[in-house]
Write a protein that binds this ligand. Structure first.
Ligand SMILES: NC(=O)c1ccc[n+]([C@@H]2O[C@H](COP(=O)([O-])OP(=O)(O)OC[C@H]3O[C@@H](n4cnc5c(N)ncnc54)[C@H](OP(=O)(O)O)[C@@H]3O)[C@@H](O)[C@H]2O)c1
Length: 338
């Protein structure tokens, strides 16, 4: 089997770190990256990486590039249907077995549309092993489900030649290694809303809890999957079973608000270190510029709890990087300096 790997999202926080991980760990791979804009310094940093110019809406460009690849790692937009259809079409043009590793996110199992646990701890922790049947049949309204569903249908229809895996990280922290975007999403928006309010915040009793992973720990799963794919599948699970949570630990909204309050007060960004209790109505008005109704409720008032049982079982996955609490100051201040 060849080792032609095509990557998307190579300028992004996650995709850029996947690219750097593969380029530095496996210089022997033939890497190709789909880029709609080539950032300054890209060719100098990655002289061996081939560039295909195109965006996610360019079906033919994607399908043609993909048809030359044994493995595709798609990491830029978990909700973009056109790009996933083009990737699957391109891989199905190949006469031999090929692999798709797609990035989803644990928004898919969040309780953000159910008021029962708004601002309160939901005891449900989703497992990618024991809950796999429920995860692969979630309602269409679940975040990222539109694309997960396309992949899972293709896996069922073409599982003999198309091997798929979905990597489903929780919130990610830590500095990415990409050339352009090196920051995750949660801390910058939490900072932005806290500065507007004048305090960090929580809803309800703040015990609503999300899982977290360091970007470098997430890379362990990507490396294992790409390495397995390039040996014909290895010991990894593919198809409907090929669903990989990546969580290594959890944090409640109140604990994040307390830690962030103390840091932002220390740096003179907030006048108080005390988190403020806000109503769910107030949370709902936040993150307006994202133009996605309910997104702030998802981020700050809901639960999204997952355990990476499959990676633990198959790859002996465990946290190796520093914790959220060791990174929170850097992640917040990076948001403050933007
Ligand atoms: N960060 C997290 O905590 C987290 C956790 C779980 C899931 N996710 C999901 O993972 C996905 C990626 O997250 P991220 O934080 O890595 O995002 P990001 O830093 O914004 O990176 C997005 C990447 O995708 C590329 N891209 C997006 N739309 C494109 C298009 N139409 N054509 C070509 N390239 C396109 C961007 O290219 P350009 O440079 O050209 O814009 C960039 O390389 C998102 O869907 C997010 O919901 C994120």
């Amino acid at each position: 089997m060849g080792s032609n790997v095509l990557l998307t999202g190579g300028t992004g926080y996650i995709g850029g770190t996947v690219l750097d991980t593969l380029a530095t760990t496996h210089p022997e791979y033939n890497l190709t990256v789909l880029l709609r804009t080539v950032p300054n310094g890209f060719q100098e940093r990655y002289p061996g990486v081939k560039i295909v110019r195109g965006g996610y809406d360019n079906f033919d460009i994607i399908a043609n590039a993909v048809s030359q690849s044994n493995v595709v790692v798609h990491s830029g937009d978990s909700d973009h249907e056109g790009s996933i259809k083009a990737i699957i079409a391109g891989l199905l043009r190949r006469s031999s077995k090929s692999f798709l590793i797609h990035l989803s996110g644990t928004g898919i199992i969040s309780d953000w549309r159910d008021p029962t646990y708004m601002g309160r701890l939901n005891p449900k922790v989703w497992s990618d092993v024991s809950d796999i049947d429920a995860i692969t049949s979630l309602p269409d309204s679940a975040l990222h489900r539109n694309v997960d569903k396309i992949i899972q249908s293709a896996a069922v229809a073409h599982g003999d030649i198309l091997k798929t895996a979905i990597v489903c990280p929780p919130d990610i922290y830590g500095t990415g290694r990409g050339l352009v975007r090196t920051r995750s999403v949660y801390m910058p928006v939490f900072l932005e809303e806290s500065v507007k309010l004048g305090a960090t915040f929580y809803a309800g009793d703040g015990t609503n809890t999300r899982s977290w992973v360091h970007i470098e720990d997430l890379m362990i799963i990507y490396l294992k999957l790409v390495e397995a794919a390039l040996t014909g599948g290895g010991n990894a699970d593919w198809g409907l079973q090929g669903y990989y949570f990546a969580a290594t630990h959890e944090a409640s909204q109140l604990d994040i608000a307390k830690a962030a309050g103390s840091i932002l007060h220390k740096h003179g960004i907030l006048k108080t270190e005390d988190p403020q209790r806000v109503t769910s109505g107030q949370v709902n008005t936040m993150m307006e510029r994202f133009n996605y109704p309910g997104i702030a409720t998802y981020m700050f008032a809901a639960n999204s709890r997952s355990t990476a049982e499959r990676a633990k079982k198959l790859f002996e996955y465990e946290a190796k990087a520093s914790t959220l609490w060791e990174n929170i100051e850097t992640d917040l201040l990076a948001g403050a300096s933007r």
